[in-house]
Write a protein that binds this ligand. Structure first.
Ligand code: PEP
Ligand code: MG
Length: 580
Protein backbone atom coordinates (compact mmCIF):
# COMPACT_ATOMS: atom_id res chain seq x y z
CA UNK A 1 0.00 0.00 0.00
CA UNK A 2 1.24 3.50 -0.87
CA UNK A 3 2.86 5.38 1.98
CA UNK A 4 4.37 8.84 1.91
CA UNK A 5 7.16 9.64 4.37
CA UNK A 6 8.00 13.33 4.76
CA UNK A 7 11.63 14.45 5.04
CA UNK A 8 13.84 17.53 4.63
CA UNK A 9 15.34 18.10 1.19
CA UNK A 10 19.15 18.01 1.44
CA UNK A 11 19.86 17.59 -2.30
CA UNK A 12 17.17 18.25 -4.89
CA UNK A 13 16.00 15.79 -7.54
CA UNK A 14 13.80 12.74 -7.97
CA UNK A 15 14.56 9.09 -8.54
CA UNK A 16 12.83 5.75 -8.63
CA UNK A 17 14.59 2.70 -7.25
CA UNK A 18 14.56 -0.22 -4.89
CA UNK A 19 15.29 0.34 -1.25
CA UNK A 20 18.55 -0.87 0.19
CA UNK A 21 18.60 -0.61 3.94
CA UNK A 22 21.94 -0.04 5.54
CA UNK A 23 20.77 -0.14 9.09
CA UNK A 24 21.35 -3.80 9.68
CA UNK A 25 20.07 -3.54 13.22
CA UNK A 26 16.75 -3.55 11.42
CA UNK A 27 17.53 -6.76 9.59
CA UNK A 28 15.84 -9.68 11.20
CA UNK A 29 18.64 -11.50 12.97
CA UNK A 30 18.32 -15.23 13.23
CA UNK A 31 18.34 -15.93 16.95
CA UNK A 32 17.95 -19.71 16.78
CA UNK A 33 20.90 -21.41 18.48
CA UNK A 34 23.38 -23.25 16.30
CA UNK A 35 23.68 -27.00 16.33
CA UNK A 36 27.12 -28.26 17.41
CA UNK A 37 27.85 -29.36 13.83
CA UNK A 38 27.09 -25.87 12.46
CA UNK A 39 29.63 -23.99 14.57
CA UNK A 40 32.66 -24.24 12.29
CA UNK A 41 30.69 -23.20 9.20
CA UNK A 42 29.25 -20.24 11.09
CA UNK A 43 32.73 -19.14 12.21
CA UNK A 44 33.85 -19.31 8.61
CA UNK A 45 30.92 -17.15 7.53
CA UNK A 46 31.76 -14.58 10.19
CA UNK A 47 35.40 -14.36 9.15
CA UNK A 48 34.50 -14.15 5.49
CA UNK A 49 32.23 -11.22 6.32
CA UNK A 50 35.00 -9.57 8.37
CA UNK A 51 37.37 -9.98 5.41
CA UNK A 52 34.79 -8.50 3.05
CA UNK A 53 34.39 -5.51 5.36
CA UNK A 54 38.19 -5.02 5.52
CA UNK A 55 38.38 -5.31 1.74
CA UNK A 56 35.58 -2.74 1.34
CA UNK A 57 37.48 -0.29 3.52
CA UNK A 58 40.67 -0.83 1.52
CA UNK A 59 38.78 -0.24 -1.72
CA UNK A 60 37.17 2.85 -0.30
CA UNK A 61 40.57 4.28 0.50
CA UNK A 62 41.93 3.77 -2.99
CA UNK A 63 38.84 4.92 -4.85
CA UNK A 64 38.26 8.30 -3.28
CA UNK A 65 40.14 11.30 -4.50
CA UNK A 66 40.10 15.02 -4.07
CA UNK A 67 37.21 16.51 -2.17
CA UNK A 68 35.57 13.12 -1.78
CA UNK A 69 38.40 11.92 0.43
CA UNK A 70 37.80 14.64 3.00
CA UNK A 71 36.43 12.43 5.77
CA UNK A 72 37.83 9.20 4.63
CA UNK A 73 41.31 8.75 6.04
CA UNK A 74 40.40 9.30 9.63
CA UNK A 75 37.37 7.11 9.74
CA UNK A 76 38.89 4.33 7.63
CA UNK A 77 41.83 4.16 10.02
CA UNK A 78 39.56 4.00 13.03
CA UNK A 79 37.28 1.41 11.41
CA UNK A 80 40.17 -0.77 10.26
CA UNK A 81 41.59 -0.79 13.78
CA UNK A 82 38.23 -1.81 15.19
CA UNK A 83 37.88 -4.63 12.68
CA UNK A 84 41.20 -6.05 13.84
CA UNK A 85 40.61 -5.52 17.54
CA UNK A 86 41.64 -8.85 19.14
CA UNK A 87 39.24 -8.50 22.03
CA UNK A 88 36.26 -7.89 19.82
CA UNK A 89 37.20 -10.77 17.53
CA UNK A 90 37.71 -13.13 20.44
CA UNK A 91 34.33 -12.13 21.88
CA UNK A 92 32.64 -12.90 18.59
CA UNK A 93 34.33 -16.28 18.20
CA UNK A 94 33.42 -17.22 21.78
CA UNK A 95 29.80 -16.29 21.29
CA UNK A 96 29.58 -18.59 18.29
CA UNK A 97 31.74 -21.39 19.66
CA UNK A 98 30.57 -21.41 23.27
CA UNK A 99 27.25 -19.59 23.19
CA UNK A 100 26.13 -21.13 19.88
CA UNK A 101 25.01 -17.76 18.59
CA UNK A 102 24.64 -17.32 14.84
CA UNK A 103 27.10 -14.79 13.37
CA UNK A 104 24.49 -12.04 12.87
CA UNK A 105 23.20 -12.39 16.42
CA UNK A 106 26.75 -12.41 17.82
CA UNK A 107 27.62 -9.23 15.94
CA UNK A 108 24.49 -7.53 17.18
CA UNK A 109 25.17 -8.56 20.75
CA UNK A 110 28.77 -7.39 20.51
CA UNK A 111 27.64 -4.04 19.15
CA UNK A 112 25.20 -3.59 22.03
CA UNK A 113 27.88 -4.52 24.57
CA UNK A 114 30.45 -2.09 23.19
CA UNK A 115 27.80 0.62 22.85
CA UNK A 116 26.98 0.25 26.56
CA UNK A 117 30.67 0.71 27.47
CA UNK A 118 30.94 3.85 25.32
CA UNK A 119 27.69 5.27 26.68
CA UNK A 120 29.06 5.05 30.20
CA UNK A 121 32.15 7.13 29.34
CA UNK A 122 32.49 10.66 30.65
CA UNK A 123 34.59 11.89 27.74
CA UNK A 124 32.23 13.23 25.08
CA UNK A 125 34.77 12.57 22.32
CA UNK A 126 35.13 8.93 23.30
CA UNK A 127 31.37 8.66 23.65
CA UNK A 128 30.98 9.91 20.12
CA UNK A 129 33.27 7.07 18.91
CA UNK A 130 30.30 4.78 19.52
CA UNK A 131 29.11 5.77 16.08
CA UNK A 132 32.28 4.23 14.61
CA UNK A 133 31.56 0.95 16.36
CA UNK A 134 28.01 0.97 14.99
CA UNK A 135 29.22 1.68 11.49
CA UNK A 136 31.89 -1.02 11.57
CA UNK A 137 29.64 -3.73 12.93
CA UNK A 138 26.85 -2.73 10.58
CA UNK A 139 29.29 -3.08 7.70
CA UNK A 140 30.14 -6.62 8.80
CA UNK A 141 26.49 -7.57 9.31
CA UNK A 142 25.71 -6.21 5.89
CA UNK A 143 28.57 -8.25 4.36
CA UNK A 144 27.26 -11.28 6.20
CA UNK A 145 23.78 -10.83 4.80
CA UNK A 146 25.19 -10.52 1.31
CA UNK A 147 27.03 -13.76 1.81
CA UNK A 148 24.20 -15.66 3.31
CA UNK A 149 21.16 -15.07 1.11
CA UNK A 150 21.04 -15.47 -2.61
CA UNK A 151 18.35 -12.81 -2.72
CA UNK A 152 20.69 -10.31 -1.07
CA UNK A 153 23.43 -11.21 -3.50
CA UNK A 154 21.10 -10.51 -6.42
CA UNK A 155 20.11 -7.23 -4.84
CA UNK A 156 23.67 -6.13 -4.26
CA UNK A 157 24.56 -6.81 -7.87
CA UNK A 158 21.75 -4.69 -9.16
CA UNK A 159 22.18 -1.00 -9.85
CA UNK A 160 19.51 1.57 -9.25
CA UNK A 161 19.18 1.42 -5.52
CA UNK A 162 18.09 4.04 -3.04
CA UNK A 163 19.99 3.91 0.18
CA UNK A 164 17.90 4.02 3.34
CA UNK A 165 19.93 4.54 6.49
CA UNK A 166 20.02 6.35 9.78
CA UNK A 167 23.03 8.40 8.66
CA UNK A 168 25.68 7.91 6.02
CA UNK A 169 29.36 8.82 6.15
CA UNK A 170 30.49 10.99 3.20
CA UNK A 171 33.14 8.46 2.14
CA UNK A 172 30.58 5.65 1.87
CA UNK A 173 28.24 7.83 -0.12
CA UNK A 174 30.94 8.79 -2.60
CA UNK A 175 31.87 5.15 -3.01
CA UNK A 176 28.29 4.01 -3.58
CA UNK A 177 27.66 6.85 -6.01
CA UNK A 178 30.28 5.25 -8.21
CA UNK A 179 28.34 1.99 -8.04
CA UNK A 180 24.96 3.03 -9.31
CA UNK A 181 23.43 4.57 -6.20
CA UNK A 182 20.46 6.72 -7.21
CA UNK A 183 19.51 8.56 -4.08
CA UNK A 184 19.65 8.63 -0.30
CA UNK A 185 17.03 8.71 2.45
CA UNK A 186 18.22 9.10 6.02
CA UNK A 187 16.18 9.14 9.18
CA UNK A 188 18.43 11.75 10.83
CA UNK A 189 21.00 14.30 9.55
CA UNK A 190 20.97 17.92 8.47
CA UNK A 191 21.12 19.65 5.05
CA UNK A 192 24.33 21.42 6.22
CA UNK A 193 26.25 18.23 7.06
CA UNK A 194 29.27 17.20 4.98
CA UNK A 195 27.23 14.27 3.58
CA UNK A 196 24.54 16.64 2.34
CA UNK A 197 27.16 18.93 0.77
CA UNK A 198 28.60 15.89 -0.96
CA UNK A 199 25.21 14.63 -2.17
CA UNK A 200 24.61 17.99 -3.84
CA UNK A 201 27.96 17.92 -5.55
CA UNK A 202 27.41 14.31 -6.67
CA UNK A 203 23.97 15.23 -7.95
CA UNK A 204 22.29 12.58 -5.78
CA UNK A 205 18.79 13.40 -4.56
CA UNK A 206 18.81 13.20 -0.76
CA UNK A 207 16.19 13.47 1.98
CA UNK A 208 17.25 13.79 5.60
CA UNK A 209 15.17 13.65 8.78
CA UNK A 210 12.80 11.07 7.26
CA UNK A 211 11.92 9.88 10.74
CA UNK A 212 9.93 6.75 9.88
CA UNK A 213 12.10 5.55 7.03
CA UNK A 214 13.72 2.63 8.83
CA UNK A 215 10.57 1.35 10.47
CA UNK A 216 8.44 1.63 7.33
CA UNK A 217 10.68 0.81 4.38
CA UNK A 218 11.85 -2.74 3.74
CA UNK A 219 14.67 -3.97 1.58
CA UNK A 220 13.61 -4.26 -2.05
CA UNK A 221 10.55 -2.00 -1.66
CA UNK A 222 9.98 0.22 -4.67
CA UNK A 223 10.56 3.84 -3.65
CA UNK A 224 9.91 7.08 -5.45
CA UNK A 225 12.26 9.56 -3.83
CA UNK A 226 10.86 13.01 -4.37
CA UNK A 227 13.55 15.38 -3.12
CA UNK A 228 11.73 18.27 -4.78
CA UNK A 229 8.62 18.15 -2.58
CA UNK A 230 10.37 16.41 0.34
CA UNK A 231 8.82 12.95 0.51
CA UNK A 232 9.80 9.32 0.03
CA UNK A 233 6.89 7.39 -1.46
CA UNK A 234 6.88 3.67 -0.70
CA UNK A 235 5.00 1.58 -3.31
CA UNK A 236 4.19 4.54 -5.57
CA UNK A 237 0.97 4.46 -7.59
CA UNK A 238 0.61 4.84 -11.36
CA UNK A 239 -0.22 8.47 -10.74
CA UNK A 240 3.01 9.01 -8.81
CA UNK A 241 4.96 7.38 -11.61
CA UNK A 242 3.44 9.60 -14.25
CA UNK A 243 4.31 12.65 -12.11
CA UNK A 244 7.86 11.31 -11.98
CA UNK A 245 8.00 10.91 -15.76
CA UNK A 246 6.74 14.46 -16.19
CA UNK A 247 9.47 15.68 -13.82
CA UNK A 248 12.10 13.74 -15.79
CA UNK A 249 10.98 15.39 -19.04
CA UNK A 250 11.05 18.81 -17.38
CA UNK A 251 14.48 18.15 -15.85
CA UNK A 252 15.92 17.09 -19.21
CA UNK A 253 14.59 20.26 -20.84
CA UNK A 254 15.91 22.34 -17.98
CA UNK A 255 19.34 20.66 -18.25
CA UNK A 256 19.53 21.53 -21.95
CA UNK A 257 18.44 25.10 -21.27
CA UNK A 258 21.03 25.54 -18.50
CA UNK A 259 23.82 24.03 -20.61
CA UNK A 260 23.43 27.00 -22.94
CA UNK A 261 24.39 29.26 -20.06
CA UNK A 262 27.89 27.77 -19.77
CA UNK A 263 29.41 30.57 -21.79
CA UNK A 264 26.93 33.27 -20.92
CA UNK A 265 27.92 36.25 -18.79
CA UNK A 266 26.90 36.24 -15.12
CA UNK A 267 24.68 39.27 -15.06
CA UNK A 268 21.55 40.38 -13.27
CA UNK A 269 18.44 41.47 -15.18
CA UNK A 270 19.50 45.10 -14.77
CA UNK A 271 22.98 44.38 -16.11
CA UNK A 272 25.10 44.17 -12.95
CA UNK A 273 28.16 41.94 -13.50
CA UNK A 274 28.52 39.30 -10.78
CA UNK A 275 31.52 37.04 -10.24
CA UNK A 276 30.76 33.33 -9.95
CA UNK A 277 33.70 31.46 -8.47
CA UNK A 278 34.18 27.77 -7.79
CA UNK A 279 34.87 25.91 -4.56
CA UNK A 280 37.20 23.31 -6.04
CA UNK A 281 39.45 20.68 -4.54
CA UNK A 282 39.87 18.02 -7.20
CA UNK A 283 40.87 18.00 -10.85
CA UNK A 284 37.27 17.09 -11.77
CA UNK A 285 36.04 20.15 -9.84
CA UNK A 286 38.55 22.26 -11.76
CA UNK A 287 37.40 20.79 -15.09
CA UNK A 288 33.77 21.41 -14.19
CA UNK A 289 34.55 24.95 -13.08
CA UNK A 290 36.08 25.72 -16.45
CA UNK A 291 33.32 23.96 -18.40
CA UNK A 292 30.67 25.99 -16.60
CA UNK A 293 32.41 29.30 -17.07
CA UNK A 294 33.54 30.02 -13.50
CA UNK A 295 35.40 33.31 -13.07
CA UNK A 296 38.07 31.57 -11.00
CA UNK A 297 38.45 29.46 -7.87
CA UNK A 298 37.08 31.19 -4.78
CA UNK A 299 38.05 28.44 -2.35
CA UNK A 300 40.56 25.61 -2.53
CA UNK A 301 40.56 23.73 0.78
CA UNK A 302 44.20 22.61 1.20
CA UNK A 303 43.42 20.52 4.28
CA UNK A 304 42.03 17.77 2.04
CA UNK A 305 45.54 17.14 0.82
CA UNK A 306 46.56 16.62 4.45
CA UNK A 307 43.53 14.48 5.27
CA UNK A 308 44.31 12.14 2.39
CA UNK A 309 47.92 11.78 3.41
CA UNK A 310 49.35 9.21 5.83
CA UNK A 311 51.90 11.69 7.22
CA UNK A 312 52.39 15.30 6.25
CA UNK A 313 52.54 16.14 2.54
CA UNK A 314 55.99 17.39 1.59
CA UNK A 315 56.69 20.85 0.14
CA UNK A 316 57.13 19.21 -3.26
CA UNK A 317 53.81 17.32 -3.09
CA UNK A 318 52.01 20.47 -2.04
CA UNK A 319 53.73 22.52 -4.70
CA UNK A 320 52.64 20.08 -7.43
CA UNK A 321 49.02 20.08 -6.21
CA UNK A 322 48.83 23.89 -6.01
CA UNK A 323 50.63 24.38 -9.32
CA UNK A 324 48.25 21.92 -11.04
CA UNK A 325 45.32 23.85 -9.68
CA UNK A 326 46.68 27.16 -10.94
CA UNK A 327 47.57 25.73 -14.34
CA UNK A 328 44.24 23.89 -14.53
CA UNK A 329 42.39 27.20 -14.27
CA UNK A 330 44.26 28.50 -17.31
CA UNK A 331 44.99 32.04 -16.16
CA UNK A 332 41.85 32.58 -14.09
CA UNK A 333 42.49 33.65 -10.48
CA UNK A 334 42.73 30.98 -7.84
CA UNK A 335 42.18 31.38 -4.09
CA UNK A 336 44.14 28.90 -2.00
CA UNK A 337 43.08 28.57 1.62
CA UNK A 338 45.82 27.71 4.11
CA UNK A 339 45.32 24.69 6.34
CA UNK A 340 41.95 24.51 8.07
CA UNK A 341 42.61 21.43 10.18
CA UNK A 342 41.13 20.86 13.60
CA UNK A 343 37.58 20.40 14.89
CA UNK A 344 36.01 17.69 12.70
CA UNK A 345 39.00 17.64 10.33
CA UNK A 346 41.83 15.68 11.97
CA UNK A 347 44.87 14.67 9.92
CA UNK A 348 46.63 11.33 10.05
CA UNK A 349 49.94 12.96 11.02
CA UNK A 350 48.29 14.10 14.22
CA UNK A 351 49.04 17.81 14.24
CA UNK A 352 45.38 18.61 14.93
CA UNK A 353 44.77 18.37 18.66
CA UNK A 354 42.62 15.48 19.75
CA UNK A 355 40.35 15.19 22.72
CA UNK A 356 39.54 18.89 23.07
CA UNK A 357 36.36 19.40 25.06
CA UNK A 358 35.01 21.83 22.49
CA UNK A 359 36.85 21.14 19.24
CA UNK A 360 34.79 23.55 17.13
CA UNK A 361 35.90 26.29 19.54
CA UNK A 362 39.38 24.87 19.84
CA UNK A 363 42.75 25.02 18.15
CA UNK A 364 41.69 24.90 14.52
CA UNK A 365 42.43 26.77 11.29
CA UNK A 366 45.02 29.53 11.59
CA UNK A 367 45.30 28.95 15.35
CA UNK A 368 46.68 25.49 14.64
CA UNK A 369 48.92 26.60 11.75
CA UNK A 370 50.56 29.28 13.89
CA UNK A 371 51.37 26.70 16.55
CA UNK A 372 53.23 24.66 13.95
CA UNK A 373 55.46 27.19 12.19
CA UNK A 374 57.53 24.48 10.49
CA UNK A 375 54.46 22.75 8.99
CA UNK A 376 52.97 26.11 8.08
CA UNK A 377 56.18 27.39 6.50
CA UNK A 378 56.38 24.27 4.32
CA UNK A 379 52.90 25.05 3.05
CA UNK A 380 53.73 28.72 2.55
CA UNK A 381 56.84 27.85 0.51
CA UNK A 382 54.80 25.52 -1.70
CA UNK A 383 52.16 28.23 -2.19
CA UNK A 384 54.74 30.89 -3.05
CA UNK A 385 56.42 28.63 -5.59
CA UNK A 386 53.09 27.67 -7.22
CA UNK A 387 52.03 31.33 -7.40
CA UNK A 388 54.51 31.91 -10.24
CA UNK A 389 52.33 29.80 -12.54
CA UNK A 390 49.27 32.03 -12.60
CA UNK A 391 47.20 34.54 -10.65
CA UNK A 392 46.69 33.48 -7.07
CA UNK A 393 45.49 34.80 -3.73
CA UNK A 394 45.88 33.24 -0.30
CA UNK A 395 43.04 32.95 2.17
CA UNK A 396 43.49 32.32 5.90
CA UNK A 397 40.76 30.42 7.78
CA UNK A 398 39.34 31.06 11.27
CA UNK A 399 40.82 34.52 11.66
CA UNK A 400 39.58 36.08 14.90
CA UNK A 401 41.79 39.16 15.32
CA UNK A 402 44.36 41.24 13.38
CA UNK A 403 47.47 39.80 15.04
CA UNK A 404 46.81 36.46 13.34
CA UNK A 405 46.85 37.93 9.86
CA UNK A 406 49.92 39.99 10.78
CA UNK A 407 51.69 36.81 11.95
CA UNK A 408 50.80 34.98 8.74
CA UNK A 409 52.07 37.89 6.66
CA UNK A 410 55.36 37.81 8.57
CA UNK A 411 55.75 34.08 7.87
CA UNK A 412 55.13 34.74 4.17
CA UNK A 413 57.75 37.47 4.20
CA UNK A 414 60.33 35.21 5.84
CA UNK A 415 59.61 32.33 3.44
CA UNK A 416 59.93 34.76 0.53
CA UNK A 417 63.37 35.88 1.73
CA UNK A 418 64.45 32.29 2.16
CA UNK A 419 63.28 31.29 -1.32
CA UNK A 420 64.89 34.36 -2.84
CA UNK A 421 68.22 33.35 -1.34
CA UNK A 422 67.73 29.92 -2.88
CA UNK A 423 67.26 31.61 -6.25
CA UNK A 424 63.64 30.48 -6.66
CA UNK A 425 61.28 32.50 -8.89
CA UNK A 426 58.70 34.36 -6.83
CA UNK A 427 55.44 36.13 -7.62
CA UNK A 428 55.60 39.92 -7.40
CA UNK A 429 52.75 40.17 -4.98
CA UNK A 430 50.42 37.68 -3.43
CA UNK A 431 47.19 39.07 -1.92
CA UNK A 432 46.51 37.76 1.58
CA UNK A 433 42.86 37.53 2.67
CA UNK A 434 40.91 36.58 5.78
CA UNK A 435 38.02 34.15 6.05
CA UNK A 436 35.25 35.81 7.99
CA UNK A 437 33.65 32.96 9.87
CA UNK A 438 34.16 33.92 13.51
CA UNK A 439 31.63 36.48 14.85
CA UNK A 440 34.40 38.66 16.37
CA UNK A 441 36.06 38.93 12.95
CA UNK A 442 32.78 39.98 11.35
CA UNK A 443 32.00 42.56 14.03
CA UNK A 444 35.52 43.98 14.07
CA UNK A 445 36.02 43.65 10.33
CA UNK A 446 37.35 47.17 9.86
CA UNK A 447 40.38 46.35 11.99
CA UNK A 448 41.03 43.25 9.87
CA UNK A 449 40.69 45.24 6.66
CA UNK A 450 43.71 47.28 7.70
CA UNK A 451 45.77 44.10 7.28
CA UNK A 452 43.90 41.86 4.85
CA UNK A 453 43.85 42.42 1.08
CA UNK A 454 40.46 40.73 0.63
CA UNK A 455 37.79 38.85 2.58
CA UNK A 456 35.80 35.67 2.08
CA UNK A 457 32.74 35.06 4.24
CA UNK A 458 32.41 31.44 5.40
CA UNK A 459 28.75 31.25 6.28
CA UNK A 460 28.82 27.53 7.15
CA UNK A 461 30.89 28.30 10.21
CA UNK A 462 29.77 31.88 10.75
CA UNK A 463 26.18 30.63 11.11
CA UNK A 464 27.17 27.90 13.55
CA UNK A 465 29.13 30.34 15.71
CA UNK A 466 26.63 33.21 15.58
CA UNK A 467 23.73 30.90 16.37
CA UNK A 468 25.71 28.59 18.70
CA UNK A 469 24.34 25.65 16.72
CA UNK A 470 26.45 22.79 15.35
CA UNK A 471 26.09 22.83 11.55
CA UNK A 472 25.73 19.02 11.40
CA UNK A 473 23.21 18.55 14.19
CA UNK A 474 19.70 17.93 12.88
CA UNK A 475 18.19 18.49 16.30
CA UNK A 476 19.06 22.18 15.81
CA UNK A 477 17.47 22.53 12.39
CA UNK A 478 15.16 25.25 13.65
CA UNK A 479 18.09 27.19 15.15
CA UNK A 480 20.72 26.78 12.41
CA UNK A 481 18.86 28.93 9.93
CA UNK A 482 20.99 31.08 7.59
CA UNK A 483 18.04 33.47 7.24
CA UNK A 484 18.41 34.52 10.86
CA UNK A 485 18.51 38.36 10.78
CA UNK A 486 21.50 38.46 13.18
CA UNK A 487 23.57 36.58 10.62
CA UNK A 488 22.29 38.74 7.76
CA UNK A 489 23.27 41.88 9.62
CA UNK A 490 26.81 40.58 10.03
CA UNK A 491 27.09 39.57 6.37
CA UNK A 492 25.84 43.00 5.30
CA UNK A 493 28.24 44.71 7.70
CA UNK A 494 31.24 42.79 6.29
CA UNK A 495 30.30 43.42 2.65
CA UNK A 496 29.79 47.17 3.25
CA UNK A 497 33.06 47.46 5.17
CA UNK A 498 34.95 45.82 2.30
CA UNK A 499 33.26 48.02 -0.27
CA UNK A 500 34.07 51.17 1.70
CA UNK A 501 37.80 50.50 1.42
CA UNK A 502 37.59 49.04 -2.10
CA UNK A 503 38.56 45.47 -1.12
CA UNK A 504 36.94 42.38 -2.58
CA UNK A 505 34.50 40.38 -0.43
CA UNK A 506 33.31 36.97 -1.61
CA UNK A 507 31.12 34.38 0.11
CA UNK A 508 31.99 30.69 -0.06
CA UNK A 509 29.61 28.97 2.37
CA UNK A 510 26.90 26.61 1.09
CA UNK A 511 24.34 29.37 0.73
CA UNK A 512 26.53 30.96 -1.98
CA UNK A 513 25.46 28.17 -4.37
CA UNK A 514 21.87 27.88 -3.23
CA UNK A 515 19.50 29.69 -5.60
CA UNK A 516 17.11 30.26 -2.72
CA UNK A 517 19.67 32.70 -1.28
CA UNK A 518 20.82 34.43 -4.46
CA UNK A 519 18.33 37.32 -4.21
CA UNK A 520 19.02 37.80 -0.52
CA UNK A 521 22.79 37.94 -1.00
CA UNK A 522 22.48 40.38 -3.89
CA UNK A 523 20.27 42.52 -1.67
CA UNK A 524 22.98 42.49 1.00
CA UNK A 525 25.45 43.79 -1.61
CA UNK A 526 27.36 40.62 -2.51
CA UNK A 527 28.92 40.58 -5.95
CA UNK A 528 31.29 37.56 -5.67
CA UNK A 529 29.70 34.17 -5.04
CA UNK A 530 31.78 31.03 -4.60
CA UNK A 531 30.14 27.59 -4.82
CA UNK A 532 30.62 24.02 -5.91
CA UNK A 533 30.94 24.17 -9.71
CA UNK A 534 27.85 21.97 -10.14
CA UNK A 535 25.76 24.93 -8.94
CA UNK A 536 27.17 27.63 -11.20
CA UNK A 537 24.64 27.35 -14.04
CA UNK A 538 21.61 27.46 -11.76
CA UNK A 539 22.94 30.52 -9.95
CA UNK A 540 23.79 32.24 -13.25
CA UNK A 541 20.27 31.52 -14.44
CA UNK A 542 18.77 32.90 -11.23
CA UNK A 543 20.86 36.09 -11.52
CA UNK A 544 19.29 36.78 -14.90
CA UNK A 545 15.85 36.90 -13.23
CA UNK A 546 16.82 39.38 -10.55
CA UNK A 547 17.08 43.15 -10.51
CA UNK A 548 19.98 44.14 -8.29
CA UNK A 549 18.99 47.79 -7.85
CA UNK A 550 15.54 46.80 -6.73
CA UNK A 551 17.01 44.24 -4.35
CA UNK A 552 19.50 46.70 -2.88
CA UNK A 553 16.60 48.94 -1.93
CA UNK A 554 15.22 46.07 0.11
CA UNK A 555 18.44 45.68 2.15
CA UNK A 556 17.57 48.07 5.01
CA UNK A 557 14.27 46.27 5.58
CA UNK A 558 15.91 42.86 5.42
CA UNK A 559 18.48 43.63 8.04
CA UNK A 560 15.95 45.35 10.25
CA UNK A 561 13.77 42.22 10.27
CA UNK A 562 13.27 40.62 13.65
CA UNK A 563 12.71 37.04 12.58
CA UNK A 564 13.64 34.73 9.73
CA UNK A 565 9.93 34.51 8.89
CA UNK A 566 9.94 38.26 8.22
CA UNK A 567 12.99 37.84 5.98
CA UNK A 568 11.20 35.07 4.08
CA UNK A 569 8.09 37.23 3.69
CA UNK A 570 10.14 40.14 2.30
CA UNK A 571 11.86 37.86 -0.20
CA UNK A 572 8.53 36.35 -1.22
CA UNK A 573 7.25 39.80 -2.21
CA UNK A 574 10.12 39.95 -4.69
CA UNK A 575 9.42 36.60 -6.24
CA UNK A 576 5.80 37.53 -6.82
CA UNK A 577 7.05 40.62 -8.70
CA UNK A 578 9.26 38.57 -11.04
CA UNK A 579 8.42 38.75 -14.72
CA UNK A 580 6.49 35.64 -15.82
C1 PEP B 1 32.55 27.97 5.68
O1 PEP B 1 32.78 27.81 6.89
O2 PEP B 1 31.54 28.56 5.26
C2 PEP B 1 33.49 27.45 4.67
C3 PEP B 1 33.35 27.75 3.40
O3 PEP B 1 34.47 26.61 5.07
P1 PEP B 1 34.28 25.07 5.51
O4 PEP B 1 32.93 24.60 5.01
O5 PEP B 1 35.43 24.36 4.90
O6 PEP B 1 34.36 25.14 7.00
MG1 MG C 1 34.69 27.19 7.66
Amino acid sequence: MRQSLPGTVAAKGMCLGRARLVQPSRYAVDNRPLGEDEVEAELELLHLALDTARQELRELRTKLHGALAREVNEFIDAHTLLLDDPEMLRGLDDMIRIGHYRAGAALKKQRDRIAAVFEAMDDPYLRSRREDVDQVINRVISALQRQTTAEERKLAARVGEILVADTIAPGDMAHLAGHGLLGVVTSSGSPYSHSAILARSLDLPMLVGTRDALSTIHDDDLILLDAEQGEAIVHPTAQDLSRYRAWQREAALEGRRLAKLANAPSRTRDGAEIKLLANAESSSDVAMARARGADGVGLYRTEFLFLRHKGLPSEEEQFVAYRDLVMGMGGLPVTIRTLDLGADKADAAGIALRGEDNPALGVRGVRLSLRHPAVFTTQIRAILRAACYGPMRVLVPMITQPDEIIAVRTLFKLARQELKQEGVDLPEKLPLGAMIEVPAAAINVRALLEHADFLAIGTNDLAQYVLAADRGNDALENVYNPLNPALLRLICHVISAGRRVGKSVSLCGEIGGDVNFTALLLALGLSEFSMHPSQILQVRDRLGELDRSELRRLAPRLIRAHTHEQVEALLATLDSALPA
